[in-house]
Ligand binder design. Structure first.
Ligand SMILES: Nc1ncnc2c1ncn2[C@@H]1O[C@H](COP(=O)(O)OP(=O)(O)O)[C@@H](O)[C@H]1O
Ligand SMILES: [Mg+2]
Length: 242
């Protein structure tokens, strides 16, 4: 049983959470989890298992149909629009469909979160250029993102999500469109961010990533969540996590 949902060091917590769309059956039922500050989890499950639905509750774009969702200890059902907007600023998201501003350049897309915070433009230039170089997109820095390939767009989306070192990083299949060398490099970016204290959740289909990076796995199946520890694959309970 989870007793202390909303502990000071729990960044995301869910208690008996269910989600349904319209009048349909629940897509996820009785989800219980506590993700501690600085933790790193993979999120797995077949297509349609509910990975994107779970992440969308975490990034506050979708409300749970029942149960309690707390982000940074705050019950999100009682938060007004302004508070939700403030909470969202601390969350970096890589969407499965990227959601870049296509008419803008790679540079401007990645600079956006920094400019929203009012960062000095020289500092913005320095940070964005450095990160785009790191994700091997420095040749495309001024191209409108509409002209980029799927893999390039994905890297811009990742750079935009991590540029201001969010407290939570949620990434929805962020390496689905890139080859395995780049996928590993991007994972290292997430690992570095995690070392700086960011709580990370990465939805992935890649067995190789899961094997190569030994982090616990949140697994969705038949509407439920199970948590598996790395190395010795062992079920440790239906959604409970110490
Ligand atoms: N906006 C929506 N309206 C209706 N059904 C949805 C919506 N989003 C997701 N679903 C349904 O919920 C289930 C889980 O979807 P999703 O969370 O996208 O799973 P995954 O990301 O694991 O593929 C699927 O059956 C999907 O069709
Ligand atoms: Mg999905």
């Amino acid at each position: 049983m989870i007793k202390n949902v909303g502990d000071v060091d729990s960044v995301i917590s869910m208690q008996n959470v269910g989600i349904r769309y319209g009048q349909g059956a629940e897509v996820l039922s009785d989800v219980n989890l506590i993700l501690k500050r600085g933790s790193f989890h993979f999120l797995t499950g077949k297509s349609g298992a509910g990975k994107t639905s779970l992440l969308s509750m975490m990034y506050l774009s979708q409300k749970a149909s029942r149960g309690i969702v707390k982000i940074f200890g705050r019950n999100v059902s009682y938060a007004d629009r302004d508070s939700l907007a403030l909470l969202r600023r601390k969350i970096g998201v890589v969407f499965q469909d990227f959601r870049l501003l296509d008419h803008m350049s790679s540079f401007d897309n990645v600079a956006l979160p920094l400019r929203v915070c009012g960062m000095d433009e020289r500092e913005v230039r320095k940070r964005v250029t450095e990160l785009l170089r790191w994700v091997e997109l420095d040749q495309k820095i001024n191209e409108p993102t509409s002209t980029l390939s799927g893999g390039e767009k994905q890297r811009v989306a990742i750079a935009r999500a991590v540029i201001n070192r969010p407290e939570i990083l949620l990434a929805d299949e962020p390496t689905g469109n890139v080859d395995s060398d780049i996928a590993h490099k991007l994972m290292k970016l997430f690992v570095e961010l995690n070392k700086l204290g960011t709580t990370v959740v990465i939805a992935t289909h890649s067995e190789r990533l899961i094997t190569d990076f030994p982090y616990p796995r949140l697994h969705l199946q038949n509407g439920g969540l199970k948590i598996y520890r790395p190395i010795v694959e062992k079920k440790i309970g239906r959604g409970t996590y110490d």
